[in-house]
Ligand binder design. Structure first.
Ligand SMILES: [Zn+2]
Length: 623
């Protein structure tokens, strides 16, 4: 995922004590050491009026412990109608089950008591309209305005809100599904979507490669397909599909570049699904069908590193998967590194360096708010309280930085084949940091023992902050931006005379981030008259400009800011403005007002973040 920030709640948990193995998952009730799901068969009806998925989930089981009789599954807000079991193709027989009281973070443990070790279990169930992993959009909230829309977001532990299963990345299984919708609605899954499928309201899917539960995905709406290449294309609402195909036309080239570096793409098709603006994230790497925010359709391909990121997950994350979320850097750090290599190969080193510098500046800014014990790549189990986005930037940007360090010390000629071999030898497996370190020692360090020291390795994995010996990326183009900014801030050059004609989004982001925390409102008026930041369609610029207008008390920006916060539900883009607003009583009132209007269009994940922020600010102001 791009900028995941929902692990906040996961790490404060209290679940039964687990073995010391880093592969153990504190965030699931499942007992995969005793019995595992190997295949899932879904038969679901999509009911837009009830905001509900209802049907059956058939689980095929592999028993590892001969004394085990219970099957423990994760669920959240599911109504369970019945559970049956069988062997082979014999008759189903009803079995006992118990749904534990709901835990705020983990949902309800479902314990199925079996008289013997059955091969299959079938659960009849329905989801709640408030399912944390699903969003239901009325037709008015779509681009076309005529057809309702629904989509899932399962990472990290939301799959359990729409399928009863072992909701842990340490378990992999194949799946098939039959999905019924109203006849004019198209359904898609993280599976073998057929670009030529007839729209008839009855769809079947197959995912023959074993995946983890957080990669379960479903979407339904007025969706049409246009190809980019023979194996890649775009699914989107009719109003959006052409713009998206143009913006993301380099997708096939991205696949080819990644294959040349890290081996064949193993998932057959690679399609993009463009979601409505309420999608809470930048993208989600659902296998064969990345879910993508429309906020990266900038018109100039300046934000397509998001596609590089989601595609890179086809190797790091989907193919080789962190066995538990405390090793999330194995997914996101690797992916952020590979993303940058794809950008470098396609758009050049200058652009790749600018992107590294911007993301590292974000990381450095975040470090101030992250407790030291959470600034490590190899997180201890069950630490801390509310790491929020900050935890993300450690896994993503510090993780990528560590890999760039290894690349520079060992040289690309050794490091690139090493990484390819990591993906090849661990394909379709769930892994821990310990496994990576063992592989690093045997495959890279053993061949060139003087390239890094043991102390350096330990500091990267287990010390807070960024090592002093981390490689520094410099960008000459950003040096030019520094000069332009300084000339304006010191009033040597007026905004209309600044040389910015060739700037890309990356340079504007760097320009805005380097401005003083607040300015006289008339100075923002001057910038706005020339560059028209207020009302910009570019979310990367908006997310930096609006907080600056708040801190500078440039109230003229408020109507456009309010529109932006109501239209967009992607958390990375809107949270900085909410955070700036809640610093003052007047801003808090304004933010609360906007949120009331925006809430019906927000995803449950976004609503939860904004509500938590507002509640905290209100509690602080009441003291
Ligand atoms: Zn990601």
């Amino acid at each position: 995922m791009r900028r995941l920030a929902l692990l906040l709640v996961l790490l404060t948990a209290t679940l039964p004590a687990l073995a010391q193995d880093r592969r153990a998952d504190e965030h699931s009730y499942a007992q995969p050491d005793k019995v595992r799901i190997t295949d899932l068969g879904l038969d679901l009806q999509v009911d837009f009026a009830k905001r509900q998925l209802a049907g059956t989930a058939t689980l095929t089981l592999a028993w590892a412990d001969e004394d085990q009789r219970d099957l423990v599954l994760d669920t959240r807000d599911l109504s369970i109608a019945s559970v049956e079991a069988r062997n082979g193709s014999r008759k189903w027989r009803a079995v006992d089950f118990e749904l534990a009281p709901r835990d705020e973070r983990f949902g309800s443990k479902l314990t199925i008591t079996l008289p013997r070790q059955y091969e299959q279990v079938r659960i009849a169930y329905a989801t709640s309209p408030q399912a944390s992993g699903l969003q239901w959009l009325a037709p008015t909230m779509t681009a076309g305005g005529k057809t309702p829309f629904m989509f899932s977001q399962s990472q990290a532990i939301h799959a359990r809100s729409w399928v009863p299963l072992q909701d842990t990345p340490s378990v992999r299984y194949t799946y098939t599904a039959r999905v019924r919708t109203p006849a004019d609605v198209m359904a898609l899954m993280s599976a073998d979507n057929d670009p030529a499928a007839a729209r008839d309201g009855d769809y079947t899917f197959r995912m023959p490669q074993p995946i983890s539960s957080y990669l379960m995905a479903i979407a339904a709406g007025d969706l049409v397909f246009k190809p980019i290449s023979a194996r890649a294309g775009v699914w989107a609402e009719p109003a959006t599909v052409d713009k998206a195909v143009k913006e993301f036309e380099d997708t096939e080239k991205m696949i080819e570049v990644t294959e040349s570096l890290y081996g064949p793409y193993r998932w057959e098709r690679y399609d993009l699904l463009i979601l409505p603006p309420s999608f809470p994230f930048g993208g989600m790497e659902n296998p064969r069908l990345s879910f993508i925010t429309p906020t990266v359709i900038a018109g100039d391909k300046s934000l397509v590193s998001l596609i590089a990121h989601e595609l890179a997950h086809s190797w790091s994350g989907n193919l080789v998967t962190n066995a538990s979320w405390k090793d999330m850097w194995l997914n996101e750090g690797f992916t952020s590194y590979v993303e940058n290599r794809i950008v470098e190969a396609l758009y050049g080193k200058e652009r790749a360096d600018m992107e590294f510098v911007n993301s590292r500046n974000g990381l450095k800014a975040d470090l101030a708010d992250i407790p030291a014990e959470q600034q490590v790549l190899m997180l201890p189990p069950r630490t801390g309280s509310d790491p929020e986005d900050a935890l993300g930037s450690i896994a993503y940007d510090k993780g990528a930085w560590f890999l760039q360090f290894l690349e520079q010390r060992f040289g690309r000629e050794a490091f690139d084949p090493f990484l390819r071999s990591w993906f090849d030898t661990h394909a379709f497996q769930s892994v821990s940091t310990e496994q990576f370190v063992a592989f690093l020692r045997s495959e890279l360090i053993a061949k060139n023992p003087s390239a890094i020291t043991e102390a350096e390795l330990t500091e990267w994995l287990s010390s807070p902050g960024i090592p002093a010996f981390a490689p520094q990326t410099v960008s000459p183009r950003f040096a030019a931006v520094d000069a332009v900014r300084e000339a304006w801030v010191k009033r040597r050059t007026a905004a209309r005379e600044l040389k910015t004609a060739e700037w890309t989004t990356q340079e504007w982001v760097y320009f805005l981030e380097g401005l003083p925390a607040s300015l006289d409102p008339e100075r923002l008026v001057e910038l706005d008259q020339v560059f028209r930041f207020t009302g910009t369609a570019n979310g990367e610029i908006a997310q930096r400009w609006y907080p600056l207008t708040v801190r500078s008390e440039y109230f003229e920006a408020r109507p456009a800011m309010s529109l932006f916060l109501r239209k967009i539900g992607r958390r990375k883009l809107i949270m900085p403005t909410y955070e700036a607003l809640v610093q003052t009583a007047d801003g808090l009132a304004f933010a609360s007002q906007i949120y009331l209007m925006a809430k019906p269009g927000y995803h449950p994940i976004t609503s939860a973040s904004v509500e938590a922020l507002l509640a905290k600010a209100k509690a602080a102001s009441a003291q």
